[in-house]
Design a protein around this ligand. Sequence first.
Ligand code: ADP
Length: 259
Amino acid sequence: VPGVETVRVAMTAEKRGRKIIAIGSGKGGVGKSTLSANLAVALKRMGRKVGLVDADIYGPSQARLLSTEGMRPTAQGQKMDPVMSPHGVPMLSMAQLVKPGQAIAWRGPMAANALGQLIDAEWGDVDLLILDLPPGTGDVQLTMVQKYKPAGAIIVSTPQDLALIDATRAIDFFNQAHVPVIGMVENMAGYACPHCGEVSDPFGQGGAQAAAMSMNLPFLGRVPLDIGIRTASDAGLPPATQDGDTIFAPLAAKIADWL
Ligand code: ADP
């Protein structure tokens, strides 16, 4: 009976005291995975026992971001053991279960089931799971909120109207599911030209902050559009691994305070 199972799983998670923080967005490509990876690393550097689940079943990118490509999880009985990223964050992603570049052509229920296996893995003493959600409000998101009830959600958006409209939908989704929205993060705001230093705003500026205000949500902060963030991400070295990180560490501190 699904209802009974839901209660059992929720109780197990609660007994362990493991909290899930979902990172969501309305649109793809707005930096949700980048933020998830960097928040996990920054929280780890703050001493939190944090793990990461890449719930973007169809387009997983965390294995690249956290340098775990090619690592295969082992299994203990029915449960998978997460793989350990070189940055100290245990993680699981569909990318660990399929061949590189292999398309995952699954219908919703299979994807939702796969998400369950990633979340119900053997996470050991991890008490905080960062969940990198796929964009939108489909089967995977529904299973996640119904079965695994996150403690809170963070919504990432770029500053332009089209992304913000979709972000508003994601917020509405979490509101309907009674998952508290911790706040909004604006990504790709402000681009400093590497040649002349002039700051421009390809996607506009301040849109997410204004949207957060209008919805009475906390605005957690801004991540600039920075070539360094892109190249570091592609290299599997999240900027939050660096001592001089002044972007992601403050965001992680706000989340730790919220918890
Ligand atoms: P999503 O998870 O929302 O689909 P990603 O985190 O995969 O988005 O980001 C999409 C692309 O944009 C990636 O190539 C990533 O490196 C890049 N990117 C994300 N945020 C920034 C940023 N602030 N500055 C530069 N590039 C970024």
